[in-house]
Design a protein. Sequence first.
Lengths: 114, 110
Amino acid sequence: NAGVTQTPKFQVLKTGQSMTLQCAQDMNHNSMYWYRQDPGMGLRLIYYSASEGTTDKGEVPNGYNVSRLNKREFSLRLESAAPSQTSVYFCASRLGESSYNEQFFGPGTRLTVL
Amino acid sequence: SQQGEEDPQALSIQEGENATMNCSYKTSINNLQWYRQNSGRGLVHLILIRSNEREKHSGRLRVTLDTSKKSSSLLITASRAADTASYFCALYNQGGKLIFGQGTELSVKP
């Protein structure tokens, strides 16, 4: 099993460009998450999908959109990138919304917006 | 704040020594989790301790939880250079989402 995979690993954008970060999991998990990690800020939840067909905002959703394409895939889109979105983005999944389920993380996408 | 606050922010020790990291929080919890992040990698789940547990062990890891003080500690015994990483505590907010603290950066020198 590959676990949680993310593409691309690195990306450089110019301000105003758009891009989609891809995430897939092969563990048959129901819940999927997008976080961003900035120095000194820990991980902050951007959006999540508790189950296929549903998505909800997290702590810092502005400037992002998501799509839960199917049970395996959960993408994050930046419509008009801004320098403030320079960050490392992590996708995660867990079996379900039970608070006793651990989360599994992808390797991250390092995004720089110039 | 609903997230955990780790202390210290950074810790540097010699191989073979023990490393202790602390996490304080403000809300009531069902459980508290600890994760490790190696440089340039995603987070990896280490251990979950339930609110009715006081101590839990996993290999060289020992986690304690004191709900009266709203604090938890992670002890790594006989540390190795490979333990060099950032360690995060995480707990669930009222919306049921896992929220992470800012982490403790551990450096184990050979």
